[in-house]
Every structure is written in structure tokens, then in C-alpha cells.
Design a protein around this ligand. Structure first.
Ligand code: ADP
Ligand code: MG
Length: 721
């Protein structure tokens, strides 16, 4: 890094605490600062003047603070803070009741924006308890425009508000940027996006876009800049993905011997007929196996769409293939699961799929190892030592290994790993894909499976290095779930249903947003229901004759497992849980789920939770009970009721919110701005096509150094967490 890039070079008088604050915001270079985009803009005018206000109005005033001061109210002796606010049109008194410290943060002559309500009487009017923000706008400028070159028709001006940190305010950042622009530093930075792309997609060049995103003269300028930076972000992600795809295609895989007739026979031994989408998924994977480079594929399908059967059928082809040039031994399969419960469940499922075939299957978790078939009893599994399992995996005797993280430890070495399957892949970091790759230059085919339905444009971006297959069809004969939204006080409807189902031998889930500890940011009355308290209440007041137990994320794995075991055995009627049961757990006998505090969960999460009772051929019910009932909650929950599948729901979520709590930066490593741009399918496809073309010509971006830098940075944000 050059010295001229550093913020400290340009701002030599930075205090230590400011430096620290800047670092906390991730700002050390000029480039970082220029790319620290405003969190939002504020409309700076036209606003009220002090002369024009009336009692009772909510107002935003710009003015200068005079004579800040504290005193005691003359009757109640409560401390009061006061000041005068002055603008070109007049003066008004400000009073803060019981907030004497406010006066200490104000000084005479300070220019502020004050938002609050006008109180008092027409004769004695004052601004009550306003929020005060220091502002970069001079009061006399408010009714003109913020920027000198803004024209009359663009009288509307926006000023940026930045995320700040103790030590650097939004205002500081604003002035720092202004200084950069005045020194024309932004014009010295190479635009990473090739010019022909800018022209083709009508995007402003970097230097213009930087000014426009920070200090837009008009709303249109701001939007145009956002579009450019969103394209830039999506484009760099696509470049990364295109590079990874390119790398994959250079690798070699172990050759799977595809025998379609044998595969058909295997599949016909299933207890059900495949859905058309399952068959299609198996077909494309079969075609991938015939290529010489490894498959990298994502299989997305709603909970219950039957991903495991696709995994089993394709695994069958691998474990009936001999290693190249051999007539004995088979290629191996690894099946990675996020939890011990799931690993065991899939171990059992695979045993039932393969029980009539001479294939041995291993299980490895942090706690135990098992092998099927057992030497003594051909139709059951037996516990074996870790060392024994390692030996049999290393010599190829065990063909399929199902397991948790323990599966990817270095000590477990495969003889001929040809196929890795990752279940519920969103629970793992991306890293694990690489960890499953072999060292000797041969990479396994990879199938990532997920039940988190995400919009197509998001999938094409964050999983751009993978091919995408979607199971958008549910197995026949499954009754659509009945989803009901209840208001507070209507719980009884769900309790009746729970009683009825349990008396028919079924089971129920009750989901609460919290475990037990109080939420310090909320008053007691606003606390969401907790698993522990609600389980007690249900046992005492509602279902005294039923067996109720709890499960949540703070329990030890062994405790959780015991509870799940008891639930699977139908020794528990009602399981009160947090969203830990969200992932993959399969208890077909559970047919009702009641979700309390529903507005606290994202739409996709609600859909996942509902999926827990979609497992059987019995009619299933989902009751959704929000604590409060705003318009937004109502719309979202209505969508939950109406959507045919998770994909439809995720598209809906993207369309109403852009970046929701579930599709936010934190989860996917994508900024809110890019998330918004993902609504624009055309833009995403353009970015993808362009990235692939560019990587084809210049795989290492040797001839696009600015873009190479940006792409490198992007890879840190994407894989950083
Ligand atoms: P998921 O996609 O959520 O992993 P699973 O693979 O666990 O779903 O399948 C859910 C249930 O549906 C299992 O009990 C499975 O045996 C059953 N199943 C899968 N495919 C079909 C099908 N084509 N017809 C009927 N039942 C099926
Ligand atoms: Mg599954």
C-alpha cells in the first residue's frame, strides 16, 4: 500500500481516538473512505421556518443554538434543560424535561437540526424534547440549495448520513469527503469497470458516481450512482465465481461409470415413484458424471421435496463404479451433515435405500462411529471404533461415509473419494467445499443441497460458481398444509387442534422466539414468549395431561439428542422449541406447529419451520401467531399463507423488501445496495454474462488490474466472516 493511499497522510491531524474510530468502521485508506457510502440521505428542504410554525405540529427546524442551560422546574423541582433555537425568521425556546445532560452536549452557536413537537400556548410556544442532530447545513442555506451547481428545478437537495462510530461523526465523514472531492483525489482512481460496459449499461464513470453517491444534486443522480456501484459489486462477485468455475474446469475428477439401466433398476426399488423434478435432477447429475472435470452443483428444494433420494440414487452410481483400471473395489461417497441428529437420520435412510445391495456404509460423528452391515447381523449396523472406521475408509472397504464435521478432519483419509454431498449446505461455510477436495489433484464431484429457498437472482450471484438445479415439486399424495394466522386471544383454536391431533396419536411443536433470558432492550411487557416459561405455562394451564418437553440451542448436544430421540419415539406429545428445529429434523408423526411471536422470524425461516410438519401423509397444520399486528406483518404473513413454495415466497420477500432480515448482508456477504439491485434480473444476468466473457479471455485478470484488486477485496468480504 502506498503512503498516499492512507487516510492519515491526507488528514495528518487525526486524533488517536478518531483513528481508532475510523479503523472500527473499516476505514484506513482514501479508497475505503470513498467507498463508505451513506446509510441514507436526508431531505434538507424545504422545511418549516420558526416564524411559520403552529402549536401541536411535528417539525424539523434548522437553526443555531443559543444559551443552553439547565434549571429546576419551579413546581416539581425536576431538572430541565433549555436553549434557544434561532433561524433567519425568528427564535423559539427549546425545553427538554428530565434530560439535563442534553444542555451539556450543546454549545452556543452550534448549528443543528431539531426534530420535535411544538407545545405550549400561542403566547408561550416552545419546542418540546426535540431530537438534536448536528448538521452540515448552514441555516441560511436551507432554503437555497446545498450545492452551488444545483439548478432551480432540482431545488430538492439531499445530504448524506453515514454510519458513524464514537469519535467520528457522520458530519466528520461528510467534511472529509468534501475535502477529497475538492482536492480531486477521486479523479485519480482508475475506474475498474471497462468503459464499454459503462456505455452499454448507461452507468456513470467512477469519479462521477463517487460524487453522486455521496452528494447527489438530485435523486436521479443518487440512483444512477447506486445502480453503478450495485453493478460493480455484483460484477465483481460474478468475476470471482467465474474464476472459481474456470478453476474447477481445469481439475480432473475420478471417472464414474454411468450405467443408466442399472440406475433405473435401483430407483425402481424405492418405495415411491420419483417426481419429475427428482428425475430431472438425477439426469443432469448423471450427465455431469460423464464429464472429466468435477461437478459443482447446488440442489435447492423445499423441505420435503425429496433431496435425499436424489443423493442416494446418484451415490449408487458412484459406489457401483470401480476405480480407473481396477476390477475390484469401488469409488467412495462422503455425505456431510450439519448436526449429529441429521447424520444419524441419514445414515438410517441410506441403509434402507441400500439394504439389498452389497454396499457398506459408515457413520462418523464427534461421539461415535458405526458401520453397516454388521459382520454378525447382516441387516443391522454396529458400533465400531474410530480407528477401525479410519482403517476401513482408508482401504476403501466402507463405500459411503455419512457424518458431521468429524468427516472432514484430516485424520480421515479416503482411498478413492469421488463424490461429496453436503446437506443443508448453508449451515457450513464455503470453505468446506474446498476441504472436501482431494490433495492428489483429483477432485470429487460435489453436490450441495439446501432447503433455504432464495431468489434466483441471488442464487445466480452468491452461488455463481455452482450449477443450479431446483426441485420445485412436492411428492404426490402429500396434502397441502393448512396455514392459519391467529390474532392474540385466538390461541384456543390452535390448542384445540393440538388436542385433537394428539388424541389421534400425532404430535405437535410450539415455537417461541426466546429461550428464557430477558431481552435487556425491551420492557417486561414487550418480552417475546420464551421456551421455558411457555412450556411451564402450557403444562400447568392448557395441557396438564400431556407430556411436554423443550429443546433449544443452549442445551448440550447430548441433551438435545435425547429429547429428539424421545420425540421420535412419541414419548413426548408437545415439543416447545426455539428455531433450532428449523433444520432438517424429520419426525413424520408431528402434524401441528404453532409459531408464537411470528413477526420476529423472517419469511423464509417461517417457511422452514412450517416444513417440519410437512413430512407425512397426514393432514398438517401451521398456526402463526404474531404478538403485534402491523400492516407489514399482515402482508408478510398473508404471503406465507398463499405462496405455493419457498421459491415463490423468497421472490416475494425480495420484491417487497429488497434486503430483508434474512436476505441481508450478514447472511450472504452482499451489501443492501446489491441486494436491491438483485430485483433487477436483467442487470444480474448482464453482470454474469460479462464476467464469464471477461474471465474466458483473461482468467487471472492480468490485463484488468483495477478490477483484479476490487475482486480480491470482494473475496475478503464474501469469505471474511
Ligand atoms: P428433503 O428434501 O427435505 O431433504 P427428504 O429427502 O427428507 O426431503 O424427503 C422427505 C420425505 O419424502 C421422506 O420421507 C422421503 O422418503 C419422501 N419422499 C421423497 N421422494 C418422494 C417421492 N417421489 N414420493 C413420495 N415420497 C417421497
Ligand atoms: Mg433433507
Amino acid at each position: 500500500m502506498r503512503e498516499t493511499d492512507l487516510l492519515t497522510t491526507h488528514f495528518p491531524r487525526l486524533r488517536a481516538d478518531q483513528k481508532q474510530a475510523l479503523e472500527k468502521l473499516g476505514l484506513t485508506t482514501i479508497h475505503d473512505l470513498l467507498y463508505h457510502f451513506p446509510a441514507r440521505y436526508e431531505n434538507a428542504g424545504p422545511t418549516e421556518t420558526i416564524a411559520s410554525i403552529t402549536v401541536g405540529a411535528e417539525v424539523t427546524l434548522y437553526g443555531t443554538i443559543r444559551k443552553p442551560n439547565t434549571r429546576k422546574a419551579w413546581k416539581s423541582r425536576r431538572p430541565i434543560a433549555e436553549a434557544i433555537l434561532e433561524d433567519a425568521s425568528g427564535k423559539i425556546k427549546i425545553i427538554w424535561f428530565s434530560q439535563p445532560y442534553i444542555a451539556k452536549s450543546l454549545s452556543d452557536g452550534m448549528v443543528v437540526k431539531a426534530t420535535g413537537r411544538i407545545a405550549g400556548t400561542a403566547e408561550k410556544i416552545y419546542l418540546a424534547n426535540p431530537e438534536i442532530e448536528r448538521t452540515p447545513i448552514k441555516p441560511e442555506d436551507v432554503h437555497d440549495t446545498l450545492f452551488s451547481d444545483a439548478t432551480e428545478e432540482h431545488a430538492q437537495t439531499l445530504y448524506p448520513v453515514y454510519s458513524e462510530s464514537r469519535g467520528v461523526s457522520s458530519l466528520w465523514i461528510y467534511h472529509a469527503l468534501k475535502k477529497c472531492f475538492e482536492a480531486r483525489i477521486h479523479e485519480t482512481i482508475t475506474d475498474p469497470i471497462p468503459q464499454d460496459l459503462l456505455l452499454r449499461y448507461h452507468l456513470p464513470k467512477l469519479s462521477t458516481a463517487l460524487v453522486w453517491i455521496h452528494m447527489p444534486h438530485t435523486k436521479e443522480n443518487g440512483e444512477s450512482a447506486r445502480k453503478r456501484f450495485a453493478f460493480e459489486e455484483i460484477f465483481t462477485i460474478q468475476l470471482l465465481m467465474a474464476q472459481q468455475r474456470h478453476d474447477t474446469q481445469q481439475k480432473k475428477s475420478l471417472q464414474v461409470q454411468v450405467d443408466r439401466k442399472r440406475l433405473r433398476e435401483f430407483v425402481s426399488s424405492f418405495s415411491f415413484t420419483l417426481t419429475a423434478s427428482q428425475q430431472k435432477a438425477i439426469d443432469v447429475i448423471t450427465e455431469d458424471f460423464e464429464k472429466t472435470h468435477p461437478m459443482m452443483r447446488l440442489l435447492e428444494g423445499d423441505v420435503g421435496s425429496g433431496k435425499t433420494a436424489v443423493a442416494a440414487a446418484t451415490a449408487y452410481m458412484v459406489v457401483t463404479s470401480h476405480p480407473d483400471g481396477h476390477t475390484a473395489g469401488t469409488l467412495q461417497v462422503a455425505y456431510l451433515c450439519p448436526t449429529e441428529i441429521l447424520a444419524k437420520q441419514h445414515f438410517e435412510t441410506f441403509i434402507s435405500f441400500f439394504k439389498d445391495h452389497p454396499v457398506s456404509i459408515g457413520l462418523i460423528t464427534g461421539k461415535e462411529c458405526r458401520k453397516f452391515p454388521s459382520k454378525l447381523a447382516r441387516d443391522s449396523a454396529t458400533r465400531i471404533s474410530r480407528a477401525q472406521l479410519r482403517k476401513w475408509v482408508a482401504n476403501g472397504e466402507i463405500a459411503i461415509v455419512v457424518g458431521t464435521h468429524a468427516l472432514i478432519q484430516k485424520s480421515l483419509v479416503f482411498k478413492t473419494l469421488a463424490y461429496a454431498i453436503i446437506d443443508e449446505q448453508h449451515r457450513f461455510g464455503k470453505v468446506h467445499r474446498q476441504e472436501l477436495a482431494q490433495k492428489d489433484g483429483l477432485s470429487p464431484h460435489l453436490l450441495s443441497m439446501t432447503a433455504t429457498p432464495i431468489p434466483r437472482s441471488l442464487a445466480l450471484t452468491i452461488y455463481g460458481d455452482l450449477d443450479l438445479t431446483i426441485l420445485d415439486e412436492m411428492p404426490r399424495g402429500r396434502k397441502p398444509i393448512i396455514t392459519k394466522i391467529l390474532k392474540q386471544g385466538e390461541q384456543e383454536v390452535s390448542y384445540e387442534r393440538i388436542r385433537k391431533e394428539i388424541s389421534d396419536g400425532r404430535q405437535a411443536y410450539v415455537i417461541c422466539p426466546r429461550i428464557d433470558e430477558p431481552d435487556p432492550t425491551k420492557a417486561m411487557a414487550l418480552q417475546a414468549k420464551s421456551v421455558k416459561a411457555e412450556a411451564m405455562r402450557l403444562a400447568k394451564e392448557i395441557f396438564p395431561d400431556m407430556v411436554i418437553d423443550i429443546i433449544h440451542g443452549k442445551m448440550k448436544p447430548s441433551e438435545k439428542e435425547e429429547v429428539m430421540h424421545q420425540f421420535t419415539q412419541n414419548n413426548i406429545n408437545i415439543l416447545v422449541a426455539t428455531s433450532v428445529i428449523e433444520v432438517g429434523v424429520n419426525v413424520p408423526n408431528a402434524t401441528v406447529i404453532l409459531i408464537e411471536g411470528a413477526e420476529r422470524f423472517g419469511l423464509a425461516q417461517l417457511h422452514q419451520l412450517r416444513g417440519r410438519v410437512l413430512r407425512s401423509s397426514h393432514q398438517a397444520y401451521c398456526f402463526v401467531l404474531p404478538e403485534s399486528y402491523g400492516a407489514q406483518t399482515r402482508d408478510r404473513l398473508r404471503a406465507l399463507m398463499q405462496a405455493k413454495n419457498g421459491f415463490e415466497l423468497s421472490e416475494y420477500d425480495l420484491s417487497i423488501r429488497g434486503s430483508g432480515e434474512l436476505y441481508g448482508r450478514r447472511q450472504w456477504g452482499v451489501s443492501d445496495m446489491a441486494m436491491e439491485a438483485l430485483r433487477n434480473q436483467k442487470l444480474v444476468e448482464a453482470a454474469r454474462t460479462q464476467a464469464q466473457e471477461l474471465i474466458k479471455d483473461d482468467p487471472t485478470l492480468t490485463h484488468h488490474s483495477a478490477l483484479a484488486m476490487l475482486t480480491l477485496e470482494r473475496s475478503h468480504t464474501l469469505h471474511g466472516e
